[in-house]
Write a protein that binds this ligand. Structure first.
Ligand SMILES: [Fe+2]
Length: 262
């Protein structure tokens, strides 16, 4: 038993050593002891390396980052002020990224330790923070200055679908505005795509619940109705903010999301 523990410790030390220094060829004049050492290392790499590789890969995949923006903070004025957009992106979205990465690091540790209770305990933090990151990453791309096409819906498939299902763009906007304004507390209004029925769907999600993971609908257009998205400019009048935001909706991006959803 003691022998096995010593071997385990020894192999563990080899494991750490060889992670930084991996001999790949056998020198011609290596003495027998070195040869034995090399053989054990080779065995360890074959048997043990995949597990630690997976851990590092998991952690590497965990890294959320703020996406680049296609507009300057002041470009969406007067619909949304530069002050709001700067705070929204640099402070609020950054907080979701920071806390999402923290939750993902904890998840990787819990998975590595096989701690099922800790994994379950992280689910709310993961949904909230990673959901916030996903939602805002969609939202930024959904916006564009009117000078760069914001508010203009082209004549492609999206327009045809909107007119077939809702009658007109104005009617879709009216329905989605009413639904989005009606979100209780903080949340999002969505135009989603249901792959199974090939139809557009207007809906909402609470808090930072991401649309696709919680409903199956593919997000095409999201409207953030958390107060941080409008309060500095519109105070408590959410309907005015939602009414104005249609002027800076990047319909080309929404159309592209529909195309990618299929
Ligand atoms: Fe937000």
């Amino acid at each position: 038993m003691q022998y096995m523990q010593c071997m385990k410790r020894y192999l563990s030390n080899l494991h750490l050593f060889s992670f930084f220094s991996r001999p790949t060829t056998l020198p011609s004049f290596r003495p027998f002891v070195d040869y034995l050492f090399w053989t054990m290392q080779s065995f360890r790499r074959a048997v043990c390396a995949p597990s630690i590789t997976r851990v590092f890969q998991t952690r590497a995949m965990s890294s959320l980052k703020l996406p680049d923006l296609s507009w300057d903070f002041g470009e969406l004025e007067p619909v949304i002020s530069a002050e709001i957009m700067k705070l929204h992106y640099q402070k609020h979205h950054q907080a979701y990224v920071t806390n999402g990465n923290l939750a993902l690091e904890k998840l990787a540790d819990a998975q590595h330790k096989g701690d099922t209770a800790a994994i379950i305990g992280l689910q709310n933090a993961l949904k909230f923070n990673c959901g916030g990151h996903l939602n805002h990453s969609i939202f930024w791309k959904n916006l564009a200055s009117p000078k760069k096409g914001g508010g203009h819906l082209g004549s492609g498939e999206l327009r045809k679908k909107i007119e077939t299902q809702f009658g007109s763009l104005d009617k879709l906007q009216a329905q989605m505005s009413a639904t989005t304004v009606g979100v209780q507390g903080s949340g999002w209004g969505w135009l989603g795509y249901d792959k199974a029925s090939d139809r557009l769907v207007v809906t909402t999600t609470p808090n930072q619940d991401p649309l696709q993971p919680t409903t199956g609908l593919v997000p095409l257009l999201g409207i953030d109705v958390w107060e941080h998205a409008y309060y500095l400019q519109y105070k408590n009048v959410r309907p005015d903010y939602v009414k104005e935001i249609w002027k800076v909706i990047n319909w080309a991006d929404v159309e592209n999301n529909l195309k990618n959803a299929k």
